[in-house]
Structure formats: C-alpha cells, structure tokens
Design a protein. Structure first.
Length: 74
C-alpha cells in the first residue's frame, strides 16, 4: 500500500547551497580566528612540533618518540 519505511531519503546529488547568511560568515572568517600555535600539551618540548607519535616517560613527561630516541643517542 505504498507505506513509508521511516528511513531518510538517500542523497541524490551535490549538497545544497549554504544559506546566504552562512556563506557570508564563512567568507568573513579570517585566519586570525584560528590559533597560530597548538596548546603546549600537544607539542613536544624537544621539537616544539605537534605530536605524531607521543610517548610518556616514567617521570610523566611526554615527548615525540623519534625526537626522544634521537636525543638519547647523543
């Protein structure tokens, strides 16, 4: 009897255009709205770069694995 399954209709094409107000907000957003640095808890104290493979030492300090291994070789 042509019932409705309750499922959302499948997308059938590109996403609709953003409302004009949203588009204006995105256009007006500047890079000043984005922090220029990551918070210190996300950066290695040896490299000052964002962690990619962090390790925690027995003393509780966190370092980038490759930087810590390189530092330990010296």
């Amino acid at each position: 009897a042509g019932g409705h399954s309750g499922a959302a209709p499948a997308a059938s094409g590109p996403a609709p255009d953003l409302p004009d107000e949203w588009a204006a907000l995105f256009r007006s957003a500047s890079h000043q709205d984005v922090p220029s640095e990551a918070p210190s808890q996300f950066t290695c104290p040896l490299t000052m770069e964002i962690f990619r493979d962090p390790v925690v030492t027995p003393s509780g300090r966190t370092y980038e694995r490759s930087a810590l291994l390189e530092h330990m070789k010296k």
